[in-house]
Write a protein that binds this ligand. Structure first.
Ligand code: ATP
Length: 589
C-alpha cells in the first residue's frame, strides 16, 4: 500500500480528492488543506511520519519539492481545466486576462485562439510578479483575472474578479497514476541504495566521501566509528584531497590521525573525493609515543612502481646494481645530490625485495627531534619492527649523538635487525673527514653502495627524460604540447640542474603550463628558467633561516640575509621585502 498525502491549496479540490480516494484501492490517501508555506510545513511533517509520496498543485508543489526528499507529484493543469474555465468566463462581461506560470498560460493562449476568445495571457516566472502584473491590467481596464490561488487572492485584494482554474477529475487521476510510477521507481532505487550501504558498512576499511567544501557527504559505519568529522578539519587530509583534485588521479599516503597511522587511498570523482582509510601496520605500537608523527615516520605498504629512466651508462649501472642488491637483504646506501632519484632507487630495491607483508618505514633523519629520537630508542622501535624494511632518508643530516646510538644498536649482536636502505647527499667523504658523520656507521651501512652522479654529468639522459615527462603530463593537462623545439631542448641540455631530475621534472611541468602551442619554444624556456631561479633565490633565503626561533627572530634573519644578498644596500633590500626603509631599520634594532 502506498501511503500518500495530498496537500490541496483550495477547498474544492479537498472534496474531490476525498471522493477519488474512495475509488482507489492500492493507495492510502490522506488529504489536507494547505497553501504555499503552510503546505510545506505539513509536507515536512508527513515525511517524518513515513509517507511515501506527496501530491500537491502549482506553486505549493514546487515549494514542497525543495523541502523534502520523497517524491512530490504535481497535479497538472490539464487542457480540460483551462477549457472549462474559459467557457465559464465567456459569460462574463468586461475584459479578462489569464495570469500564471507557463504551464497554465501556454495552453490557455492556444485554446482562446482556437475558440476565438478575446482573453489576454500573461506569463510570470515568480509568485512575487503577480501583484505588479495585476496592477497593470487593472490600469488597462481589465476586470476579470483567471489563474492559480495566489493570482485569485491578489485579484480580490485589488478589487478585481478572480477566477480560479480548478483541477478536474482527469488531472487528479493522472496525478495518481504518476504517483504509482514514481513510487515504484523510488522504492527500487531505495532498495539498491540500502543494498549498497550494507556492503559498504560491512567493509573493514573506513570510507568517506568529501565534497569541494570538505564536508562529509557520505561515510560508512567504520568511518563514523573512527572519525567524528562532519566537516574536515585535519590539514594533512585536506592537503591530500587537494592534491588528488589537482592531479585528478588516485593517491596513496600514510598519515597519522587521532594517534593512529592510516594508509589512505584517495579517488577523485565528479565534484568530490572518496577516501579509503586502511589501518596501517600495528598502529598501537607505532603510535604509542605521541611524539612520533607523520612528518618524521612514514609507513607504506604500497609503493608506486616508477621506472628509472635514462640512456647513460651510469644509469644502466645503477639499474644493474638495483637488480643485484634487490636479491640480497643487506643494507644498501644510495648517495647523490638532491632530486637525483635516490628515493626512486630505494623504492625500486624495496619492490624487488618485498615479501608480501613487509612495510617500508621511512625515517626522515633531517627533521627528527631529540625528543622523538629518544622515544624511538626507548621503545627500541627498530627491534620491534625488525620485520620491516627501514629507509633512513638523508642520514647525513642525523645528529652526531643519534648516529652514535644507531651504531651501538647495530653493533649489539643481541638485537634483531631489520633491513636497512639509506640515502644521503654526495659529500659523505667531506663530512666524515670534518667529523660531522661517524665513519664507522658509514662503513657498516655502506658496504653496498649506489652512487647516482648529478644530471649535469650525464647530460645524455636529459632528452629522453624530457620526452617521457612530456608524455606523462598529457593525461594531466590534456594533449596540447606534443614536443619541444630543438633550440629549446639544447637549452635544457646545457643547463646545470642543481636540483637534478626532480628540478627537470618540475621545469617541464611549468613549461607545459606556460606553452601556448604544440611545441615548447625557447622563449618559454627562458621565462620558466627566470621564474625558477627567482624561486630558488627565495628558497635559498629561507634555507638559511632557523625556523625554531620566535617570529621576530625569524623575520630578522630573513632581513639580514636579503641585505647581504643586496650588498647591504638598504633601499634595494627594503624594496625586495616590500617594506619601507624606516620599517626595515626598526625591525633590525
Ligand atoms: N632516473 C629517473 N627516472 C625517472 N624519474 C626520476 C629519475 N630520477 C629522479 N626521478 C624523479 O625525480 C623526482 C625526484 O626524485 P627523488 O625524490 O627520488 O630524488 P631524491 O634524490 O630522493 O631527492 P631528495 O634527496 O631531494 O629527497 C621524483 O619525482 C622522481 O620520480
Amino acid at each position: 500500500m502506498i501511503k500518500v498525502l495530498v496537500i490541496v491549496p483550495y477547498e474544492g479540490l479537498l472534496e474531490m480528492m476525498k471522493e477519488v480516494s474512495q475509488e482507489v484501492e492500492d493507495i492510502e490517501l490522506q488529504v489536507e488543506l494547505g497553501n504555499l508555506s503552510e503546505g510545506v510545513a505539513i509536507a515536512k511533517n508527513a515525511e517524518n511520519e513515513g509517507y511515501h509520496v506527496i501530491v500537491s498543485r502549482g506553486g505549493t508543489a514546487s515549494m514542497i519539492q525543495e523541502a523534502v526528499s520523497i517524491p512530490v507529484i504535481d497535479i497538472q493543469v490539464s487542457g480540460y481545466d483551462v477549457l472549462r474555465i474559459l467557457t465559464l468566463v465567456k459569460g462574463f462581461s468586461g475584459k479578462a486576462a489569464i495570469v500564471g506560470f507557463s504551464n497554465i498560460t501556454q495552453g490557455a493562449a492556444t485554446i482562446s485562439e482556437l475558440l476565438d476568445l478575446d482573453i489576454k495571457t500573461l506569463t510570470i516566472t515568480r509568485d512575487s510578479e503577480v501583484k505588479e502584473k495585476l496592477l497593470e491590467l487593472s490600469k488597462d481596464g481589465y476586470e476579470v483575472v483567471i489563474g492559480d490561488v495566489v493570482t485569485v487572492q491578489t485579484a480580490k485584494q485589488l478589487g478585481m474578479t478572480g477566477v480560479l482554474i480548478t483541477s478536474g477529475k482527469e488531472a487528479v487521476i493522472d496525478a495518481l497514476e504518476e504517483t504509482r510510477r514514481s513510487y515504484r521507481l523510488f522504492s527500487r532505487l531505495q532498495q539498491n541504495i540500502a543494498f549498497m550501504e550494507t556492503i559498504l558498512d560491512s567493509e573493514e576499511q573506513a570510507i568517506g566521501v568529501f565534497n569541494q567544501d570538505n564536508e562529509v557527504i557520505y561515510g560508512n559505519e567504520q568511518f563514523y566509528h573512527e572519525f567524528h568529522w562532519l566537516k574536515l578539519d585535519n590539514t594533512d587530509v585536506k592537503k591530500l584531497i587537494q592534491e588528488t583534485t589537482l592531479a585528478n588521479e588516485k593517491q596513496v599516503k600514510t598519515l597519522s590521525i587521532n594517534n593512529k597511522l592510516w594508509e589512505i587511498t584517495t579517488c577523485p570523482i565528479q565534484d568530490a573525493t572518496i577516501l579509503f582509510f586502511k589501518n596501517a601496520h600495528s598502529p598501537q605500537t607505532i603510535t604509542k609515543s605521541e611524539h612520533i608523527d607523520s612528518n618524521v615516520i612514514e609507513l607504506h605498504t604500497f609503493v608506486a612502481r616508477t621506472p628509472i629512466l635514462g640512456k647513460s651508462d651510469v644509469i644502466h649501472h645503477v639499474m644493474d646494481q638495483i637488480e643485484h642488491f634487490g636479491e640480497l637483504d643487506g643494507p644498501v646506501w644510495v648517495s647523490g645530490e638532491q632530486g637525483n632519484g635516490k628515493e626512486l632507487v630505494v623504492h625500486s630495491i624495496y619492490l624487488k625485495r618485498q615479501t608480501a607483508d613487509k612495510p617500508l618505514i621511512t625515517l626522515h633523519c633531517d627533521v627528527i627531534t631529540a625528543e622523538q629520537w629518544k622515544d624511538l630508542m626507548k621503545e627500541s622501535f627498530f627491534q620491534k619492527y625488525a620485520n620491516s624494511i627501514f629507509f633512513l632518508k638523508n642520514i647525513d643530516k642525523l645528529k652526531p649523538y643519534m648516529q652514535k646510538e644507531l651504531l651501538q644498536f647495530l653493533q649489539n649482536e643481541n638485537n634483531r635487525n631489520p633491513q636497512w636502505l639509506i640515502s644521503s647527499g654526495d659529500n659523505m667523504e667531506k663530512i666524515i673527514k670534518n667529523g660531522t658523520f661517524h665513519r664507522e656507521l658509514f662503513q657498516l651501512l655502506a658496504q653496498s653502495h649506489i652512487h647516482i652522479p648529478p644530471l649535469r654529468e650525464r647530460r645524455e639522459d636529459i632528452e629522453y627524460l624530457v620526452h617521457v615527462f612530456i608524455s606523462d603530463l598529457h593525461p594531466k593537462y590534456g594533449n596540447e604540447v606534443v614536443g619541444i623545439r630543438n633550440d629549446a631542448l639544447e637549452q635544457l641540455i646545457d643547463y646545470d640542474w642543481p636540483g637534478n631530475v626532480g628540478q627537470l621534472k618540475y621545469v617541464i611541468e611549468q613549461l607545459f603550463l606556460e606553452s601556448q602551442s604544440y611545441y615548447i619554444e625557447k622563449t618559454e624556456v627562458d621565462t620558466v628558467f627566470k621564474r625558477v631561479e627567482q624561486q630558488a633565490k627565495q628558497n635559498d633565503v629561507l634555507s638559511y633561516v632557523d625556523m625554531s626561533g620566535t617570529l621576530e627572530e625569524i623575520e630578522k634573519q630573513v632581513i639580514i640575509k636579503v641585505l647581504e644578498e643586496e650588498g647591504m644596500n638598504q633601499s634595494r633590500a627594503a624594496k625586495r621585502l616590500g617594506i619601507n626603509r624606516s620599517t626595515l631599520w626598526r625591525k633590525l634594532k
